[in-house]
Ligand binder design. Structure first.
Ligand code: GAL
Length: 369
């Protein structure tokens, strides 16, 4: 069996992944919603550059190997005045289902057209059916005027000074000059910057928006309102000045686990893992979860096998089984971006991601911890 045979019976790391029409799946920076027996994979429909020319693509599957093209879930607008006008940047879309309202809610990182990558807002869209069409609601800077639950008195006292940073543009990666700059205070009134992101729904139905903020120097975990359409005002900031991107959250045995990356743009870097007993923390970093043989020179476990995290998927019907989803970015021609999916292997107080070129769900028949 090769990666191009249909129907597919396995996962093939960073090989072309044809949909039901034989076209390489175009759902980058994506996430998966499971609803009524079907998995829905949402992701960035890439053409060649960073800009959104089409929107958010959705595919459906019942076995995770074979995906049916369900079209564009959220389309960019032809109206140049729209906040999601063609040519904006839409990244890392994630969809969750609200059991109370019956609605499907999509959040994504949005850079409105013409603002470069300095905008750092979150877009939200809503649909009545999982495949859409999603109707764009608005762009928000989360948690304006609300301090996090774990704010310090010192941070509050620094608010006036922090305002001097307003209007200053940075390039979201570590730099000695901005080692301890007060971006939290800078964005207090206008709302917090929100870039790489994920959504997580807890067992009690509460949903959380987890995003790189403060010029990527910290992660924010912000509880959404009951209808999932806004932020509740309850939030924490974690990993201050530790510069995380590409967060993915999952829960196993009552503990919260995270997979994320460093900040090196489209270039691969070392993956990061973390654990907490409460979603509000404290979160403990566990280091690089990637292990195993190096598939290609320089793209081994130290560089996440060439990938970057986007989502960790609970496998339905197999309690405790999770798949880490990684993107292999190809910024020179984004449409060629690949996917690496790996089983999450739990050890006592950590988890690992081991390189596999080809595998299937029977790996979960063998206990992983
Ligand atoms: C990455 C980020 C991607 C995209 C890219 C742009 O670090 O994870 O989602 O924003 O930077 O350079």
């Amino acid at each position: 069996m090769t990666s191009s045979s249909l129907p597919r019976t396995g996962f093939y790391s960073d090989q072309p992944w044809p949909d039901d029409k034989g076209v390489h799946i175009n759902a980058h920076g994506g996430g998966i919603l499971f609803h009524d027996g079907v998995y829905y994979w949402f992701g960035e429909h890439k053409i060649s550059g960073d800009e959104a020319e089409v929107g958010v693509h959705v595919y459906a599957s019942s076995d995770l190997y074979n995906w049916k093209d369900e079209g564009i879930a959220l389309a960019v607008s032809e109206d140049p005045q729209s906040e999601i006008a063609k040519g904006c940047i839409i990244e890392r879309p994630k969809v969750i289902h609200n059991a109370r309202t019956g609605k499907f809610v999509m959040w994504f990182h949005l850079e409105r057209k013409g603002k470069g990558r300095k905008d750092g807002v979150s877009g939200v869209a809503v649909a009545d059916a999982p495949t859409g069409p999603y109707v764009y609601q608005r762009a928000v800077r989360p948690d304006a005027g609300v301090w996090p639950l774990n704010v310090t008195e010192q941070q509050k006292a620094g608010l006036e000074e922090a305002q001097k940073l307003l209007g200053t543009a940075f390039w979201g990666s570590p730099h000695p000059d901005r080692a301890k700059m007060d971006f939290l205070g800078r964005d207090f009134h206008g709302g917090q910057m929100a870039k790489d992101m994920t959504l997580f729904v807890d067992d009690d139905g509460a949903a959380y928006h987890v995003f790189s903020s403060e010029e990527n120097s910290a992660l924010h975990i912000s509880k959404l309102s009951d209808d999932y359409l806004s932020h509740s005002g309850q939030w924490v900031r974690i990993f201050e000045y530790l510069w995380h991107e590409a967060p993915a959250l999952f829960k196993r045995d009552g503990r919260y686990w995270m997979l994320s990356s460093h900040c090196t743009g489209w270039n691969p870097n070392t993956a990061r893992s973390a654990v907490a007993d409460s979603i509000w923390g404290p979160w403990t970093e566990l280091g690089n979860p990637c292990v195993g043989a190096t598939p290609k020179q320089k793209l081994g476990p130290a560089l996440t096998f060439g990938g970057q995290s986007t989502h960790v998927l609970p496998v339905q019907g197999r309690p405790g089984a999770f798949i880490a989803m990684l993107d292999v970015w190809r910024p020179e021609d984004h449409i060629k971006g690949g996917y690496i999916w790996l089983p999450v292997k739990f050890e006592k107080d950590r988890y690992t991601l081991e390189w596999r070129g080809c595998w299937d769900l029977t790996v979960f028949d063998r206990p992983t911890s």
